[in-house]
Design a binder for this molecule. Sequence first.
Ligand code: ADP
Ligand code: ADP
Ligand code: ZN
Length: 235
Amino acid sequence: MRELGAHSKTSETVSKPLVLILMGPPGAGKGTQARMLEDRFGLIQLSTGDLLRGAVAAGTPAGLAASSVMQAGGLVSDEIVLAVLQDRLAEPDVAHGVILDGFPRTQGQAAALDGLLARSGLSVTAAISLEVEDEAMIARVAGRYTCAACGEGYHDDFKHPVKAGVCDKCGGTAFKRRADDTAETARARLEAYHAQTAPLIAHYGRHGVLETVDAMGDIASVGSALGAIVQRISA
Ligand code: ADP
Ligand code: ADP
Ligand code: ZN
């Protein structure tokens, strides 16, 4: 994170390193939109959910501790989440700017992030809240699946591959669903969001970095709204 400060390399170059936070309940579209912003602005998506699932798959001590909590739809401890995130932030590719997807989710994580960034002379550029309705989120989560090879996200009703059974991004033909993407677990995750994460919206409001986006529209229109924000704040 210390090296976060170089310029983006893509066609739509951003002029300063960005630290973006994408907030929103499960199914809001954080992962989908983060991947689109990666492609467009050369930022790096850091998903604590993906990092934790990687730790679970690798059977690390952090993964073993996180697994049952994730399965139940609760929040993993700040200590474990911060440990996996800090490991990832030590890698050099994050120097161009990051999109934090699913982090921070508690007041403790937000405070830890502020401290971590301050040590590198940085701060949160913008915390973007994807505003959605709870009931629609159950359907988004329950119909979600991803390409097993590249992680591109799809949905049974809202986003099909152009050619059935073949990933648009990489041509892969194997897809997977998350074990915690059931309607029941989605409800528990929504509760955790409202109890512990939604209060952070006010935290970033007080810091003057809050942006909100209506994320009930289709994927492309939400992407346009987000792209306009990133262009404005990086100008
Ligand atoms: P999150 O990372 O916030 O949990 P995802 O980006 O994984 O959410 O999106 C959840 C599911 O809903 C995915 O299957 C995705 O394809 C779909 N999706 C994302 N954004 C929208 C949208 N604006 N409208 C309809 N479906 C969407
Ligand atoms: P979604 O946004 O679709 O709910 P994520 O992939 O971001 O899913 O997170 C999946 C699960 O991983 C969460 O339900 C939680 O158990 C755990 N998790 C991810 N990020 C965090 C975090 N910042 N703090 C605590 N737990 C987390
Ligand atoms: Zn793929």
